[in-house]
Design a protein around this ligand. Structure first.
Ligand code: WTA
Length: 652
């Protein structure tokens, strides 16, 4: 943790927004932010009631916040609302009806633009098709799709009829689909015959076919024909999208749903082997996504906004779909890889669509930095006015490159901190109101009360790091872990139960200006290229292979990915292993979880270092993986020779 702090202590650069940006910004001074923030904290219910009034409700709420049974907070009880209506219908009575809602670019180069009116039509047809397939309000629908417009259509169709969607990132494997389908008891899977990634076709339907024999609750599969490469269709179970949706009626009024109706489940890794089904509600979530989109991205009607995330992650949920469309803005969506066919693809897209606001991840920025300035230089990026980053701490070098090479030293950068659990951005700068500092996320968004505290819950002041907690509830917070209220309480609310604080799992520190700098996860979660992976999940994948007796997985600093994955593996007695077995194990993890979880390093060992009570000493392993001489306390280490051997087995 300390290296991060030293970084910021030495980081004196700060960049005020340019006067022109400030002049037009929604919030254009620190004083204005301070006043709004103060209102939101002094009287949160009045503040949130006022903000919620910017959404369309079919029935107004009776009560803003019910905090009688913490941590099961309820927002806007009695209110009736529909997220799909707020993203679509409410724009149709305005000049925005023929405005571009989604501008889509396929990896092979096709382009499609859906206006609000057309998107609405497609969503209604899809919603009717879902009904025709027996999907009712409250059912769970798994969506496992490439980044094509049908993905947004499917999610808004679910929201329209009150079915809860669970989107699974297309990079996850058949096994990951099994776990998630079973946990959510999904009734329908929506997928495609494939999607394009670096010129190849990702066989999504193949993975679904492999998973479904173990998913007894899934009755039907709706398949978009994206690649036309052909795929097996199981009679009675699999239906082509064009057969079911194209002929469906375009008349489908949005269901009036309770504010607390579950909008979606999104699985994320935790510190045990089993992914957590983060459950979000309708009204509170939508309000958070809407309001942060409006203020953090300073969204205005003329903007073309592009978030490069995959909708399989929360960033895509909130900042490609719900937050952006509820604002009536234009959202660019790109199917493929950043470096296909060349490392200039993103810059080409920005130039082509004259993108004004660009939101991406530090891992991508670091990759572009490495690929070189010639790629962005070859394109006209002068349309850009604001840049954003999300998903992991950004190193100041990458921040500066982003500012100079992409932002032309003119665009403010918002470094937005949030989590799948928080639903929307909680810590950031507001681009027209405050300076950006390399490596620092910034100040709390309206209504958010973050604090850095010690293990015991004492506030940490000054330049010290500690645990990041959120002291009071906010509308877009997760409601529970799907089907597991106890785990919800245990993971997020037990550490500071007495104080009633939400524990983020992140370490942070606050600088003299009150800016929060996020240091990273302090639990057994690694953040690889902005994607959360539980070490236990990777360990259980490894242990399920006969070559593995025991495994311990840790993160280590990685130049491009932020953190890399290092697996220490002990093999059964008498088994001899070599280089090719490392490949076998990497592939095994890819099959069990997905390619994103493949270990960067595998180190075979006779035994893992343990304490006398049998706990694996992860701290030591982290040091070894990072190439750091172990300074820490090793007195409880069971067998010192194990440590020496581990160091000897340096990864090639
Ligand atoms: C990390 C992504 C530093 C953090 C929206 C958090 C960040 C986890 C930032 C959540 C940031 C996210 N600076 N770290 N701006 N944003 N993180 O659930 O560790 O995929 O807990 O949500 O990413 O990841 P998740």
């Amino acid at each position: 943790m300390s290296s991060g702090i030293e970084h910021v202590l030495n980081e004196l650069r700060r960049f005020d927004p340019p006067a022109e940006f400030v002049a037009n910004a929604r919030v254009n001074s620190r004083a204005e932010y301070d006043a709004l923030y103060k209102d939101s904290i002094d009287d949160p219910e009045a503040f949130w009631a006022k903000m919620a009034g910017e959404l369309d409700w079919s029935r107004k709420w009776d009560r803003v916040l019910d905090d009688s049974n913490p941590p099961f907070y309820k927002w806007f009880e009695g209110g009736k609302i529909n997220a799909s209506y707020n993203c679509l219908d409410r724009h149709l009575g305005t000049w925005r009806k023929n405005k571009a809602a989604i501008i889509w670019e396929g990896e092979p180069g096709e382009s499609r633009t859906l206006t609000y009116q057309e998107l609405h039509r497609q969503v209604c047809k899809c919603a009717n098709a879902l009904k025709g397939l027996g999907i009712c309000k409250g059912d769970r629908v798994t969506i496992y799709m490439p980044m094509i417009p049908e993905l947004v259509i499917a999610m808004l169709a679910c929201a329209r009829i009150g079915a809860t969607h669970s989107i699974i990132f297309g990079g996850f494997s058949a096994n990951a689909l099994i776990d998630r389908n079973q946990d959510a008891q999904a009734k329908l899977v929506i997928t495609a015959d494939g999607g394009y990634r670096r010129g190849a076709i990702v066989d999504l339907k193949g993975a679904v076919d492999e998973a479904l024999p173990k998913c007894p609750t899934v009755e039907k599969v709706l398949v978009v024909e994206r690649t036309k490469k052909g795929c097996a269709m199981q009679a009675g179970r699999d239906i082509w999208w064009h057969d079911a949706v194209d002929s469906a009626s375009a008349d489908c009024p949005a269901e009036e749903l309770d504010a607390e109706h579950p909008l979606f489940i999104l699985y994320t890794s935790g510190s045990t082997g089993k992914p957590k089904g983060i459950l979000h509600s309708t009204g509170g979530y939508l309000l958070g996504a809407y309001l942060t989109s409006k203020y953090v991205f300073d969204l205005r009607d003329e903007d073309t906004y592009w978030c490069t995330a995959d909708i399989g992650w929360v960033t895509g949920h909130s900042y490609i779909c719900y937050g952006i469309l509820s604002n009536g803005a234009t959202s660019v969506m790109y199917e493929g890889a950043p470096n296909h066919p060349t490392p200039g693809r993103f810059w080409e897209i920005i130039e082509k669509y004259k993108v004004n606001i660009f939101y991406t991840a530090p891992t991508a920025i670091r990759a572009f930095l490495k690929w070189g300035d010639q790629w962005p230089k070859a394109h006209d990026l002068s349309s850009l006015r604001l840049l954003g980053t999300v998903g992991e701490p950004i190193n100041p070098e990458a921040w500066m490159w982003y500012r100079e090479a992409i932002g032309g030293n003119r665009c403010p950068i918002v470094d937005t901190w949030w989590q799948t659990e928080t639903g929307s951005i909680l810590i950031t700068t507001l681009p027209g109101a405050m300076a950006g500092k390399p490596g620092s996320a910034g100040l709390p968004f309206f209504g958010v009360q973050p604090q850095v505290v010690t293990e015991e819950g004492e506030p940490v002041e000054g330049m010290h790091s500690g645990m990041l907690v959120i002291r009071s509830p906010w509308p877009s917070m997760l409601r529970t872990l799907y089907g597991d209220d106890d785990r919800f309480k245990e993971v997020y609310w037990s550490k500071y139960e007495k104080q009633g604080w939400y524990f983020t799992g992140d370490g942070a520190f606050r600088d003299k200006d009150g800016y929060f700098m996020i240091i990273g996860r302090i639990d057994d979660v690694i953040n690889v290229s902005g994607h959360r992976l539980g070490t236990m999940e990777i360990e259980s994948a490894l242990v399920s292979h006969p070559l593995v007796a025991e495994a311990a997985v840790v993160g280590f600093p990685h130049e491009l990915k932020g953190q890399g994955i290092c697996a220490f593996v002990s093999v059964p007695t008498g088994v001899n292993v070599g280089e090719k077995d490392k490949i076998t194990l990497r592939e095994h993890v890819a099959k069990e979880i997905g390619a994103l979880a493949k270990p960067d390093q595998i180190r075979f060992t006779d035994a893992l270092p343990k304490t006398r009570s049998g706990k694996i000493m992860r701290r030591l392993l982290r040091d070894i993986a990072s190439g750091i001489e172990t300074k820490g306390d090793t007195t409880t280490l069971e067998d010192f020779s194990v440590l020496a051997k581990l160091r000897e087995d340096k990864e090639a």
